[in-house]
Design a binder for this molecule. Sequence first.
Ligand code: P6P
Length: 337
Amino acid sequence: MTRRISLTQYLIEQQRQHGHIPQELRLLIEVVARACKRIAISVNKGALGEVLGTAGSENVQGEVQKKLDIIANEVLIEANEWGGHLAAMASEEMEGIYVVPNRFPQGEYLLMFDPLDGSSNIDVNVSIGTIFSVLKKPEGSAGVCEADFLQPGHQQAAAGYCVYGPQTTLVLTVGDGVVMFTLDREQGSFVLTEDEVKIPEDTKEFAINMSNMRHWDAPMKRYIDECLEGSTGVRGKDFNMRWIASMVADVHRILTRGGVFMYPWDKREPNKAGKLRLMYEANPMAFLVEQAGGAATNTRQRILDLQPSQLHERVSVVLGSKNEVEQITRYHLEAGK
Ligand code: P6P
């Protein structure tokens, strides 16, 4: 039974006992958590809060922005800009970086986020979430620029997400395992509900958008065909399939009971490495999954080793139960280019 302590107490105890959560990082995490509580209030209002539907604009990805996408982005910017812990922020909803205004002190951290992942599920009341990733600003760089953000995922100081589902749950890693906090709405605070998240190395459950099957590369088709053959095929076991179309919700299920999530390259847009974004979707989720004993690749390389070249670059993603990720990756490496 996990001891029921608040996020604040957990962070202070971690800082005191292990010293690996510097004061500024603890403040950053608490500010992001408070912003997520604020976002949850807007999400939970739904139609009552006039927050459903589209905002009539597109983001830098060319995707139609939902009203809640913009609300969530503004909440995270306003919550984080004044605290003195950040030098700049970057978001799926903003083309360039947001440098902390001169009227506030600048800190040593960089914060990236997908303010509301899974937007297509907002209007149909299916779980969505906020994903965040924390880097340190490179030493000695005067000021801050986009290039400061272009660090491989293994450099992350912290990463996490908040899933707005039947429960509002904050999932966090600072590089020492993965913990989960559930929002206690009576207290108004996140309470520790899982202190040692572990992903089983094997699974019988895969998550992929099957409607894209005809567009996949051969190794991905091979893996899924073998799963579909079930106990009569080479895998010798039947598989189940889930696809929520909210990465946060699919990853939360995998962190909770195992599984493998895939969003691979496909030939519809051959020049795009994949649909998901490296800096504020794949990297934070890969950090969490690895910290929970899982694995995460772009079908050929470890995601956390990838050197980013652009803030909004996309990547193929395979993550979850270690042995399945390794098998999918092996099939792609065997197939060569
Ligand atoms: P599709 C949501 O838009 C998202 O970025 C991820 O959260 C999710 O896994 C994926 O796209 C869903 O994509 O093509 O199935 O709608």
